[in-house]
Design a protein around this ligand. Structure first.
Ligand SMILES: O=P(O)(O)OC[C@H]1O[C@](O)(COP(=O)(O)O)[C@@H](O)[C@@H]1O
Ligand SMILES: [Mg+2]
Ligand SMILES: [Mg+2]
Length: 338
């Protein structure tokens, strides 16, 4: 069969009425920017891209050089596009307006320019995560409040993994699709259409070093997985933790499984580890569109009304039956009858 390029796929989606011309252009621009990030990432020690930037972001996290470079690539690419009203990033406290004199569009773009920063210097997969929302009508200079829309309103979401291959996974709410970068030709090519995540799982991803800080229902649930064949679940589970959410999620999108970053005593005050607007919501959209589930352990992630651009939430996502079971344990412990 003839390979389908990302551009051809976007034309198909426009014809099907799933996206308009402006959203198609926005995705093209983001994909092009991600190709530049892939090139920068691939330079490694030879490109001066490893190590600390010597600055901190709004979340008090030390920025790596590649965090800053990736953020600048995405900002620069999108400022020119004419498809955006504003964008927001993990690396910036407030939304970035489109500079005066540049054409403006109707969309809001949110991104985690480089996910899995702690893995850059050790040459393990990192990625970019993004989410697209509609700018409310009549708003010409969108502020943070205009971005605070529940995940159910997302028009598009995607991530790019910079791994052995560079892979883009995308949804417009009509299935989840995967594109692989053909490095020789320089374009993304459709590699899997309408991905389905198996409902059952035998693999889980969690940072086990936090175990002693977890809440009781999480202790119970993971304890049962660890008990394997001889425990109440009656089967063995394997464990993986890359510590780049993009890579852990991509494994699930490829062969099933579950990913948990639950609330624990260490991070209780901040509400969780992962950021709802540019990590949890786009990943939840992608996973649900592939037949999986995504909750905080207590509610569906995409139904949360966000209260802050950099708000954090617990994340349970992946194979439906596992996420539902872990969520039920939490609701049971809370005394919620369902
Ligand atoms: O270091 P920990 O606690 O295992 O956390 C790993 C998690 O943190 C993150 O790295 C956060 O992303 P950033 O690198 O964008 O800050 C996720 O990708 C990953 O799942
Ligand atoms: Mg991240
Ligand atoms: Mg990041």
């Amino acid at each position: 069969m003839k390979p389908v390029s990302l551009i051809q796929f976007l034309i198909e989606e426009r014809r099907a009425g799933h996206i308009n011309a402006e959203l198609s252009l926005l995705i093209e621009v983001v994909a092009r920017a991600c190709k530049r990030i892939a090139v920068a990432t691939g330079k490694g020690a030879l490109g001066g891209v490893l190590g600390e930037a010597g600055t901190g972001n709004i979340q008090g996290e030390a920025q790596k050089k590649l965090d800053v470079i990736s953020n600048e690539i995405l900002l620069e690419a999108n400022a020119w596009g004419g498809h955006l009203a504003a964008c927001a990033s993990e690396e910036m406290e407030d939304p970035q307006q489109i500079p005066d004199g540049y054409p403006k569009g109707q969309h809001l773009l949110l991104f985690d320019p480089l996910d899995g920063s702690s893995n850059i210097d050790v040459n393990i997969s990192v990625g970019t995560i993004f989410s697209v929302l509609r700018c409310p009508d009549g708003v010409t200079e969108p502020k943070a409040a205009h971005f605070l829309q529940p995940g159910t309103t997302q028009l598009a979401a995607g991530y790019v993994v910079y791994g052995p291959a560079t892979v883009l996974v995308l949804t417009f709410g009509h299935g989840t699709h995967e594109f692989t970068l053909d490095r020789e030709v320089g374009s993304f090519v459709l590699s899997r259409r309408s991905i389905r995540i198996p409902e059952q799982a035998t693999e889980f991803a969690i940072n086990m070093s936090n175990q002693r800080h977890w809440q009781a229902p999480m202790q119970r649930y993971i304890g049962e997985l660890l008990a394997g064949k001889t425990g109440p679940r009656g089967k063995d589970f394997n464990m993986r933790w890359v510590a780049s959410m993009v890579a852990d999620v991509h494994r699930i999108v490829t062969r099933g499984g579950v990913f948990y970053y639950p609330l624990d005593a260490k991070i209780e005050k901040q509400g969780g580890k992962l950021r709802i607007m540019y990590e949890a919501n786009p990943m939840a959209f992608i996973i649900e569109q592939a037949g999986g589930a995504a909750t905080t352990g207590r509610q569906r992630i995409m139904e949360i009304q966000p209260t802050g651009l950099h708000q954090r939430v617990p994340v349970f996502l992946g194979s439906k039956e596992e996420v539902e079971l872990a969520t039920r344990y939490h609701l049971d412990a809370d005394g919620v009858v369902g």
